[in-house]
Design a protein around this ligand. Structure first.
Ligand SMILES: *Cc1c(COP(=O)(O)O)cnc(C)c1O
Length: 459
């Protein structure tokens, strides 16, 4: 049995969560039309919908909240954040924004015009949306290992560099507005990207004169995997690895709601292109607010300046990744398949393997999501055909590469006992898997349907 890495913190404040009965949960989920996004969070015992903005802040961050300078222009907290971000990421120009997608909105229209392309190891959904809103098209170019859930390669999030170069030549280098490296690769299951791969990608970009951008929400988890898995990095500090990784990119967008351990915030970084930064500042003022607060309150900026450093702490990262690996080890023991090895921010369970009798168009990932809520009050989400939706032209249900049910683990929020509840619930469901039925959609909106759709269980 894999050892659980003990928490490198103690608990100073608690939030009571409601214990419900199975009978109550069956009623709540039926009232929510079998869509967990329609549940009230007060009826959820363990909430694993996302690790974004759901993190627990430290006493030092709460101290920062009290210190926050709410000046409209030139606030003290702003300068603290800029100093922290320049120190860690090494980029000269830093712009705070209210969350990651705001950085995408500010930057991408400056890089992409109608008919152009963005190439990424894998685009996150808001990233893809902002590429398309800028008139571009998003091309994913991940290594093939990412598509085999049993393949335990150390860097399954990597860019397929050979294919990248082929795509650039096929579409024409002047048509490629940006190459985006997502670290860790969220869509592939929080899988890391190696320094070697980042370096090679940056060299291809340099060769063709294409801007190279990091989508860096999980920069610290990615650096931890590099330290553990990549030759030559075992004796470097997490901060040194982060600084090196960012040195290869001309710019980055970042959701601070993940590894910077805050509830709201984002950053845009430009390494040294002053003209581009001046344009970003002008757009920030239009969309987000004045440049020295960028859509955030001073207190949130101060908490972010503190959180950026806390996210780099190696003891914290060992506990954080260890927690996910502990859950993975319990699933290995029970013969439950997931995107292996464990990613940085959660476990993506293979619902199609658990329910081989439920076809993709009856949504195995969503069936497991509903069962987990009924079984133990756990809220997770489908990352499969249910989320993918219909073909925009033929209106036919699309078949996803995977039928995943995602357990996204918030930072510093749940304990070993909670992780055991998750594993035990999955094991109980596996034992009665053949009796679980699929679902049918009774109503759906035209886009991003999984947030709002109504479902009913099939007989
Ligand atoms: C969360 C996330 C974003 C978007 O950030 P928000 O803060 O949710 O706007 C972009 N890219 C990746 C990889 C993310 O995980």
């Amino acid at each position: 049995m894999k050892k659980y890495i003990a928490e490198p913190f103690r608990i100073k404040m608690v939030e009571t969560i409601k214990m419900t009965t199975r009978e109550e949960r069956e009623k709540y989920i039926a009232e929510a039309n079998y869509n967990t996004f329609s549940l009230r969070s007060s009826d959820v015992y363990i909430d694993l919908t996302t690790d974004s903005g759901t993190n627990a802040m430290s006493s030092a961050q709460w101290e920062g909240i009290m210190r926050g300078d709410e000046a409209y222009a030139g606030g003290r907290s702003y300068f603290n954040l800029i100093a922290a971000a320049q120190d860690i990421f090494g980029h000269k120009y830093i712009q705070p924004v209210h969350q990651g997608r705001a950085a995408e909105k500010v930057l991408f229209e400056l890089l992409l015009k109608e008919g152009m392309y963005s190439i990424s190891n894998m685009h996150f959904d808001t990233t893809r949306a902002h590429v398309e809103l800028a008139g571009g098209r998003a091309l994913d170019c991940v290594v093939k290992e990412a598509l085999d859930i049993a393949d335990r390669s150390p860097f399954k999030g990597n860019m397929d560099v050979e294919k990248l170069e082929k795509l650039i030549n096929e579409y024409g280098k002047e048509k490629i507005g940006v190459v985006i490296m997502t670290i860790t690769n969220n869509t592939a299951g929080g899988q890391p990207v190696s320094v070697e791969n980042i370096k090679q990608t940056s060299e291809v970009c340099k060769k063709y004169g294409i801007p190279f951008c990091l989508d860096a929400a999980r920069f610290a988890e990615n650096a931890y995997f590099i330290k553990k898995r990549e030759k030559g990095y075992e004796n470097k500090s997490i901060k040194e690895i982060v600084t090196e990784v960012f040195s290869y990119a001309q710019m980055f967008t970042m959701s601070a709601k993940k590894d910077a351990i805050v509830n709201m915030g984002g950053l845009l970084g430009i390494k040294d292109d002053e003209d581009l930064f001046i344009q970003c500042k002008a757009r920030t003022i239009s969309f987000e607010g004045f440049t020295t607060y960028g859509g955030m309150s001073g207190r949130d900026i101060e908490a972010l300046a503190v959180g950026l450093y806390e996210g780099l702490d190696e003891d914290y990262l060992e506990y954080r990744i260890g927690q996910i690996e502990y859950l993975a080890a319990r699933l290995d023991e029970a013969g439950i398949a997931y995107q292996a090895p464990a990613g940085g921010h959660g476990i993506f369970v293979d619902a199609a393997a658990m329910f081989p009798h439920i076809p993709y168009y009856e949504f195995p990932g969503q069936a497991l999501t509903v069962e987990l809520y009924k079984e133990a009050g756990i809220r997770v989400c489908d990352i499969g055909s249910y989320m993918l939706g219909n073909d925009p032209d033929t209106k036919e249900q699309l078949k996803a590469d995977f039928e995943f049910t995602r357990f996204a683990i918030p930072r510093r929020v749940y304990t070993q006992a909670h992780i055991d509840v998750m594993a035990d619930a999955l094991i109980a469901i596996k034992a009665r898997a053949k009796d679980v039925k699929g679902y049918r959609i009774t109503w759906e909106p035209p886009i991003l349907r999984h947030f709002q759709a109504k479902l009913e269980p099939l007989k």
